[in-house]
Design a protein around this ligand. Structure first.
Ligand code: ZN
Ligand code: ZN
Length: 248
C-alpha cells in the first residue's frame, strides 16, 4: 500500500499547497481520501479521474470536501462518464453538498453512490478493507483505518483528543494525524483539533509504528510541529508534504 499526499494544509490552501487530500493505492485500487480544495487538480497529476475506484469524504468542512464538485463535473460531462463511484461519507454530508448543485444537476446520483458510514462501519473497496470511527469534531466526521496486504494506514481527519481515533489507530503501521496547532494543549484556540504534542501522545498510546503530521495551520512552521510531536511520540515523525509518496 502506498500513500500520496495531494494536499495537507489545515483549513485553507496556499500556493502549491492544497487543503487536505490523499491518494491511497494498493494492487491497482485507487482511493481518494478527502477532497479539499486544490486536491482534484493534484490528483490528476498522478492518475486519470477515471481510475478513482472510491472516495472517502471525512466531513462537511470545505477544506475536506469541496473538490468533489470538480470530480463530479469532470466525470458526468467528460469523455468517459461513469456511474456508481462509491463515496463513503458521514451522515448529512450528501445533502449538504447537493444543496450547492443547481441547474440540471439535482443531486450526484448519476455519478456517485454515497454510502453513509458510522462508528464501527466497515466496507471493502477493491483490495482495501476500511473501518470507520467518529472523530471529536463539531460536525459528523469520519476517521478511517485502511488495510491492504497486511499493512494498515489510519487517518484522523479533523479531531480533538476524544472520539474514535485512538481505538482505530491501535498498532497501525502509519498514523496520518492532524496537528493543527503548536504549543501546550491547554492553550489551543479550539478543542476540536490537536496540537502536535497531542498527536504524538495519541500515536504513542495507540502503539502506532509511524506518525505523519498533517493539517498543520498554514502559517505555522511544520518543522516545529514535527519536533513537538517527536518529543511525545518518542520516535522520528514526518510531515505530510504535498506531492510525496510513501510506502505504508
Ligand atoms: Zn480541516
Ligand atoms: Zn473540520
Amino acid at each position: 500500500m502506498q500513500l500520496t499526499v495531494l494536499g495537507s494544509n489545515g483549513t485553507y490552501g496556499t500556493p502549491g499547497r492544497p487543503a487536505s487530500g490523499y491518494l491511497v493505492e494498493h494492487e491497482g485500487t485507487h482511493l481518494w481520501m478527502d477532497a479539499g480544495s486544490g486536491t482534484f487538480a493534484a490528483l490528476q497529476d498522478r492518475i486519470d479521474p477515471g481510475e478513482v475506484d472510491g472516495i472517502v469524504l471525512s466531513h462537511a468542512h470545505s477544506d475536506h470536501c469541496l473538490d468533489i464538485f470538480g470530480f463530479y463535473y469532470a466525470t458526468r460531462y467528460g469523455r468517459n462518464p461513469r456511474s456508481a463511484v462509491p463515496a463513503f461519507v458521514p451522515e448529512g454530508l450528501e445533502e449538504r453538498l447537493a444543496a450547492f448543485l443547481g441547474g440540471g444537476d439535482r443531486d450526484f446520483s448519476d455519478v456517485i453512490d454515497f454510502r453513509v458510514m458510522g462508528p464501527g462501519s466497515t466496507a471493502r473497496m477493491g483490495s482495501l478493507a476500511l473501518r470507520f470511527g467518529i472523530s471529536d469534531h463539531p460536525v459528523p466526521t469520519l476517521c478511517v483505518r485502511i488495510e491492504g496486504g497486511n499493512r494498515s494506514l489510519t487517518y484522523s481527519a479533523d479531531t480533538g483528543i476524544g472520539g474514535g481515533l485512538a481505538e482505530l489507530a491501535v498498532g497501525t503501521d502509519l498514523l496520518l494525524c492532524e496537528a493543527t496547532y503548536q504549543g501546550p494543549g491547554t492553550e489551543k484556540p479550539w478543542p476540536h483539533h490537536l496540537t502536535a504534542e497531542e498527536a504524538g501522545s495519541l500515536a504513542r498510546a495507540a502503539g502506532a509504528h509511524r506518525l505523519m503530521l498533517t493539517h498543520i495551520w498554514p502559517t505555522l512552521d511544520p518543522s516545529r510541529s514535527v519536533a513537538e510531536a517527536e518529543d511525545t511520540f518518542g520516535r522520528p515523525v514526518s510531515p505530510a508534504v504535498p506531492g510525496i509518496t510513501v510506502k505504508v
